[in-house]
Design a protein around this ligand. Structure first.
Ligand SMILES: Nc1nc2c(ncn2[C@@H]2O[C@H](COP(=O)(O)OP(=O)(O)OP(=O)(O)O)[C@@H](O)[C@H]2O)c(=O)[nH]1
Length: 210
């Protein structure tokens, strides 16, 4: 049950994608509800409190400009970001095929860097941005949906320029995935606990009957 007394959860989110796809626009839209057009190349970590399904959540969002070194094994900063993150927003522009191809590479590299063994659902959301520029589209919605399906991620097409609500859905969706992944990580311990206590009961019965 969700409730007022549930503790505030904290999650770290990294926004990744090639240059000019709208990572900052998306982040700023989520944080301020505004689209300001130009964002500069500033690396920032923002802290933001939201309520998702009645539960309070603090999100720390790391938005950094794309670097050519990202994805290379020598990029310590990239690896640091990936290790820090509980969840990922992978952004491409629907007008930029190369940015979409990069999302596939990012998925591979995140899976290789983080240990997601046993996780059913990756805490990853794939976002096709600049939906308002559909006349210049080079990536079909279907392409994005298929990529997300193959990696079992969530998928959204949005326009950071024109719509706040869809951007909000991206971050709410990711928070839910992070919660699911955290409870999935706890589950094996729970099952182990049950097995342990059952064996303890049977062991006691065996000694009682001797
Ligand atoms: N038409 C349109 N333009 C957008 C949208 N989102 C961002 N832009 C524009 O795309 C350009 C790049 O946006 P940024 O948010 O700076 O992109 P970025 O991915 O953070 O870029 P880097 O910092 O270079 O990695 C800017 O001129 C934005 O105004 C969108 O949804 N629609």
């Amino acid at each position: 049950m969700t409730g007022l007394n549930s503790p505030r959860m904290e999650a770290n989110i990294v926004v990744l994608g090639t240059d000019n796809v709208g990572k900052s626009a998306l982040t700023v839209r989520f944080l301020t509800r505004r689209f300001i057009g130009e964002y500069g190349d500033i690396e920032s970590i923002y802290s933001h409190n939201i309520s998702v399904d009645g539960r309070e959540q603090t999100l720390n969002i790391w938005d950094s400009p794309y670097s050519q070194q990202d994805l290379s094994s020598e990029s310590i900063t990239y690896e640091k970001r990936v290790q820090w993150a509980d969840g990922f927003v992978l952004v491409y522009s629907i007008c930029d095929r190369a940015s979409f191809n990069n999302v596939g590479k990012l998925l591979q590299s995140i899976k290789a860097t983080k240990d997601y063994a046993g996780l059913e659902k990756l805490p990853v959301v794939i976002v096709g941005n600049k939906r308002d520029l559909h006349h210049r589209r080079t990536v079909l919605s279907e392409d994005g949906r298929l990529l997300a399906l193959s990696a079992d991620c969530q998928f959204y097409e949005v326009s950071a320029a024109e719509n706040y609500h869809s951007v909000l859905m991206v971050f709410h969706g990711l928070v839910n995935r992070i919660r699911e992944s955290r409870s999935a990580v706890k589950k094996p311990a729970g099952i182990k606990g049950i097995v342990k206590s059952m064996s303890a009961v049977f062991a006691r019965r065996r000694t009682d009957s001797l």
